[in-house]
Ligand binder design. Sequence first.
Ligand code: C2E
Ligand code: CA
Ligand code: CA
Ligand code: CA
Length: 279
Amino acid sequence: AKQAGRNAFRFYTADMNAEALKKLELEAQLRRALARGDLVLHYQPICEAAGGRVVGVEALLRCRDDGGRLMPPGEFIPLAEETGLIMVLGEWALLTACRQACRWQQAGWTLRVAVNLSTRQFRDAQLAERVRQCLAGSGLPAALLKLEITESSVMEDAERAAQTLAELKALGVAISVDDFGTGYSSLAYLRRFPIDQLKIDRSFVSEVTHHPDSASIVRGIIDLAHSLRLKTVAEGVETEEEQIFLREAGCDLVQGYLHARPMEAEALERWLATREAGG
Ligand code: C2E
Ligand code: CA
Ligand code: CA
Ligand code: CA
């Protein structure tokens, strides 16, 4: 068998070989991290655009590699999605985020926690049941959970998406369409789905103060969303100018380095405490 394997490799180019090996190594790395429990959630505050009150956080997954370095999701989520490992990672993220938000609520911080769902998770017929179990298992009220689903996941199979979203909505969780504007969908179409928020992608937000076209697109998304009774969240807000633009355009919520970077739970608690003290 070893011999046959070697022969099979001859047909690959050196590049493909290196690529495949890198993937295998990353997959093994991920599995080891999972076995060690080396997954971490960082939380980034989501604030009201007018007034700045913190109303929630987004849970963002990181994974510690063998050397102790925190890998950003861009490095491992695509592969996790490809191999199916995302199901385990996603389940862990959901339950961990729900437990954390429940602890925060008990400590007097009522924050709605947003959890990202991958396309594969969204396709899972058991999704609503899994979410229900996470809520029950953590004690978090459904109203304090928001699920972020990418525009492309929703549009992949609209029929099925409508069904899944209806099941999730019935649980009482909020639903946000992530990376809005980067895929192909019309707002009128999305409106048939029971969604609550549109999350305007960072690629538009980062251009609002320099590119009039991006400014128009963002204003357009906000106005249309509001006319359809959806809230808007802008991600990747880095400058005061962007924040002012968004506030004036009527954007409801903002998230970005201007307010805070994603951080571990304890760091977030300190950040919240100083904000309360500072007013
Ligand atoms: P996303 O859902 O669009 O998340 C926003 C990303 O923008 C995060 O990157 C966040 O750290 C980053 N960000 C926030 N504010 C700023 C800013 O002001 N400037 C800049 N330059 N970046 C900002 P991160 O944490 O690296 O996550 C990347 C992507 O990985 C996420 O994009 C999401 O698609 C995915 N991801 C993260 N956690 C999970 C998870 O638990 N499950 C799944 N399925 N995907 C996840
Ligand atoms: Ca997100
Ligand atoms: Ca995004
Ligand atoms: Ca920018």
